[in-house]
Design a protein around this ligand. Structure first.
Ligand code: SF4
Length: 375
């Protein structure tokens, strides 16, 4: 257990496409949030003393916390686990929430990586997304973060009508950021965009995926996970632990964790939204069995260029992929979606693009591990 995700749900404004657990802040609420979070930190640090390799403050907009609030929060983490052994501390940040002085404060608190929600460099696209910064402000924020010596991820959104994606990606890569994460706009029903009936053009979405890989690889940013591109050595160590299937802690309202408890395959634990979480309501616990363990390993492992070691998956789950899903393995490798080299199973570039369909086919054709052991 060496990775910690901490959810900070407060944002300076609410974007109309967003379905994360987020809200506008008010002083009383933030103070109660920090009180409860400190209790949670102490509780989990007693159970899982670390040391922590990675800490990720996500949200919401963690950089929207004041200097004093961030100092208190990161101080509580340091007090509980220390900083020894830490290789990465990431803070998600909105471009308008920091300047040089604040960057120095972040660094003094142990933050060494910023994930900046830029989304686009084009003012009309940013207005459509309801973002409060403009293109120039976003790029200036990225430049000043890099100048301060932080490692930087820039988050870019694709698949909006009227967006010149190549221009966005080129402008981001030109800043010298070592990591770019690229997600397509998805319309969720429970958001203002969903209620307005907005839709994403599927063709635009498919071309965006190909264009993204082509533009970013030209700048030395390698496509190491479906949505993530990095200069070698700048991959997100925290996210790699999710994709490898490692256990991790998740604290704060609506945060998810994967804990080594409740049996040999561990349990997914999800904290309640803020009201219940502040009142100390119990988290939801989903105990994994051999079948859900295999499914989760495929879902996360196949997203990455590193793929999956099928031999250790079989040793852990008690059944090989050949026994669980022979036809699926055969079809996906024959159609050039997956590649098998010895024990290593990876998605091809085409497979990466169609990973949802690949995984739906797996779910529709697999045999339960219990049935394998009986036969
Ligand atoms: S800033 Fe991020 S978390 Fe907050 S509303 Fe916008 S997209 Fe959602």
């Amino acid at each position: 257990m060496n990775a910690l995700y901490l959810h900070v749900p407060f944002c300076p404004s609410i974007c109309p496409y967003c379905d994360f657990h987020k809200m506008l802040r008010h002083e009383g609420l933030v103070a109660r949030y920090l009180d409860r979070l400190e209790e949670e930190i102490h509780h989990y640090a007693r159970l899982y003393p670390g040391p922590l390799r990675t800490v990720y403050l996500g949200g919401g907009t963690p950089s929207h916390l004041s200097d004093a609030e961030l100092t208190r929060l990161l101080g509580a983490i340091d007090g509980a686990w220390g900083r020894q052994g830490r290789v990465e501390t990431t803070l998600e940040a909105d471009p308008l929430t920091f300047d040089r002085e604040r960057l120095a404060l972040f660094a003094s608190l142990g933050v060494d990586r910023l994930s900046i929600g830029l989304q686009s460099t084009q003012d009309d696209v940013l207005r459509y997304l309801g973002r409060v910064h403009d293109g120039a402000q976003g790029l200036e924020a990225v430049a000043s973060a890099l100048e301060s010596g932080m490692r930087v991820n820039v988050a870019v959104m694709t698949s909006m009508e009227g967006q010149d994606l190549a221009r966005d990606l080129g402008a981001v890569a030109e800043t010298g950021a070592g990591h770019v994460s690229v997600y397509s706009l998805t319309i969720e029903e429970n958001t203002p965009f969903g209620r307005r009936g907005y839709q994403v053009d599927e063709e635009l979405d498919a071309t965006a995926f190909e264009l993204t890989g082509a533009v970013l690889s030209g700048y030395g940013l390698e496509h190491y996970e479906v949505s993530n591109h990095a200069v070698p050595g700048q991959e997100s160590q925290h996210n790699l632990s999710y994709w490898r299937g490692d256990y991790y802690l998740g604290l704060g309202p609506s945060a998810s964790a994967y804990l080594p408890s409740h049996g040999p395959f561990g349990a997914r634990v999800k904290q309640p939204p803020i009201k219940g979480w502040l009142a100390g309501a119990a988290p939801e616990v989903d105990v994994l069995d051999a079948d859900s363990f295999i499914l989760e390993r495929l879902l996360t492992g196949l997203r990455t260029r590193a793929g999956i070691d099928t031999a250790s998956l079989a040793a852990r789950s008690g059944a090989s992929l050949e026994e669980v899903a022979a036809a699926w393995l055969h079809d996906t490798t024959r159609h050039g979606l997956l590649r098998q080299e010895g024990a290593l199973l990876t998605a091809t570039p085409t497979g990466l693009q169609r990973l949802d369909a690949v995984m739906r086919a797996f779910v529709g054709s697999r045999r339960p591990v219990a049935a394998v052991s009986r036969s």
